[in-house]
Design a binder for this molecule. Structure first.
Ligand code: ADP
Length: 496
């Protein structure tokens, strides 16, 4: 092959190689371009999406701000409502409730004008009870409007319905109310109580920025309800107060009557005591001489007497002794009742008094084969008492116990501390006292109708005297008894 041909071949070969390389390079570039274009498309989409999201964020932010504003308004309104509610609930005077509503708190609710009307059954119309920031001219216009729309307002109250400039569908009435209140927004809410009050609360504002909504209606409804509640509370208080006044008056009258009656009873009681006292005194003298003469005769100082006469004289003597005892008891009761009995109140050892009384009664117990048990608490405090008087209490109670206890019975005498007192019990296993007689047992001359009393004489004065003596010591006495089983007398004496 010629040199020239080989050169041409070489050049051709290189050309082919270069063209192939170029084609490859071009194809590669085209692919890269394609890739770049698709990347750019993706980027644009992302940018669009981001733009959308940014717009959404701005919108959300605006919404949030609005919600925040509304929330702030609501909180302010709730705060104002709370203040108003608290103010009206602090008074229990009907006429002061409305005066508790004030312009400041009303403004917190978003309104600057308000008025309240209550139905007057007497005048058969709604009467103005309060207003805030209404001119005289406005008040007259409002009153005239309410008078001519009386039925409409009544229906509103009966249906317990709150209406406002945004919810009242009657356009002409809506406009009328706005013009009467000289306001852009209004809310009217019924004031209700269970039975007594009917009325309504109206609030209004000229504020063009205010956007009235259902929430505002709810707040004013709550306020109207609170006013109703406060009115009811005031009415109930008034009623209770009046009832209390009447009751106090009645109590006063009754107390006065009772005081008069008590004075009368005291007078009668004093007359009775004086009478008993003087009669007893009068009886004592002849009784003493009867006894004296009987004694002289029995002693046969005036000559011997036939046995039958002596027997009769001894009877006279015994009966005279009984009469003297009775007269003495009566005199003692009269003296204690009138406070004339001289008491020598001193600290006393009950153990000694109990022992002495038991000693005195022991013989009688032995005669009837009755066992006597004494039980005085160890270390028992001293009592404040007149020794001789308290001895009479013991002797009377123990004497009765022996008298009304059949042989082989038992008498127990107990003394123990109880609070600030010392309590003494005298119990027996005797015939007992019927339940119906217990309330009268301490009455003067009262004796139970039983076989023992039929046989043995008694005056019915012993327990009365005992009660007087115990009470003169600031003590108390009571009895428990079971018929056929026994009786227990308990009395208290103050600790020294
Ligand atoms: P008297 O003993 O003189 O009848 P009292 O005033 O001492 O008067 O008692 C009044 C009545 O109370 C007695 O008649 C008796 O019926 C009843 N009574 C008092 N103590 C007892 C007793 N321990 N058991 C049963 N009845 C009693």
């Amino acid at each position: 092959m010629a040199e020239g041909e080989s050169l041409i071949f070489m050049i051709g070969f290189v050309g082919i190689i270069v063209s192939i390389a170029l084609s490859i390079a071009l194809a590669y570039k085209a692919k890269t371009m394609q890739q770049l274009q698709s990347t750019a498309g993706g980027l644009k989409k992302s940018l669009d999406e981001m733009d959308e999201q940014a717009k959404l964020i701005v919108r959300t932010d605006i919404e949030l701000n609005k919600t925040q504003e509304e929330l702030d308004k609501k909180i302010n309104s709730l705060y104002a409502l709370q203040k108003l509610s608290r103010a009206i609930s602090t008074t229990l005077q009907e006429n002061r409730i409305f005066s508790m509503l004030n312009a400041n708190d009303l403004e917190g609710l978003g309104f600057e004008k308000a008025c309240g009307f209550l139905w007057s059954e007497k005048e058969k119309c709604f009467t103005l009870r309060f207003h805030i920031n209404c001119t005289q001219e406005e008040i007259i216009a409002i009153q005239n409007h309410i008078a001519s729309y009386k039925d409409w307002y009544m229906t509103l109250i009966e249906r317990e319905k709150t209406v406002s400039s945004i919810s009242l569908p009657d356009v002409s009435l809506n406009e009328k109310i706005k013009s009467i209140f000289k306001a852009l927004h209004f809310i009217i809410s019924p004031i209700l109580t269970k039975e007594l009050y009917k009325g309504f609360l109206a609030v209004a504002t000229e504020n063009a920025d205010m956007s009235l909504n259902e929430g505002d209606e709810e707040l004013i409804t709550i306020l109207a309800n609170q006013i109703g509640q406060a009115l009811e509370n005031a009415h109930l208080f008034e009623k209770t107060w009046q009832a209390q006044q009447e009751l106090e008056k009645k109590v006063e009258e009754r107390t006065h009557e009772l005081t008069l009656a008590l004075d009368e009873v005291k007078k009668i009681s004093k007359r009775k005591t004086d009478f008993i006292s003087s009669v007893s005194h009068e009886l004592r003298t002849p009784l003493t001489s009867i006894k004296g003469y009987a004694a002289i005769l029995i002693a046969e100082k005036l000559g011997q007497l036939p046995e039958a006469v002596k027997e009769r004289l001894e009877k006279i003597n015994r009966h005279s002794d009984e009469l003297v005892r009775m007269v003495n008891d009566l005199l003692d009761i009269a003296r204690i009742e009138s406070g004339r009995a001289a008491m020598k109140i001193e600290p006393q050892n009950l153990k000694d008094i109990v022992a002495a009384a038991a000693d005195l009664i022991l013989i009688q117990c032995k005669n009837k084969n009755i066992s006597l048990v004494t039980d005085v608490q160890a270390g028992l405090a001293q009592v404040l008492a007149d020794r001789s008087q308290i001895e009479r209490v013991f002797i009377n109670l123990l004497g009765n116990a022996v008298k009304f206890t059949p042989s082989a019975g038992k008498i127990t005498l107990k003394a123990y501390a109880r609070d600030n007192n010392v309590q003494v019990e005298v119990s027996d296993t005797g015939i007992g006292i019927p339940a119906e007689s217990l309330p009268m047992i301490f009455d003067e001359f009262y004796r139970v109708d039983n076989s023992v009393n039929e046989q043995l004489k008694g005056t019915g004065l012993g327990l009365s005297l005992v009660k007087h003596i115990v009470e003169a010591h600031q003590g108390k006495i009571w009895t428990e008894s079971h018929l056929g089983k026994g009786t227990k007398f308990t009395f208290t004496l103050p600790k020294a």
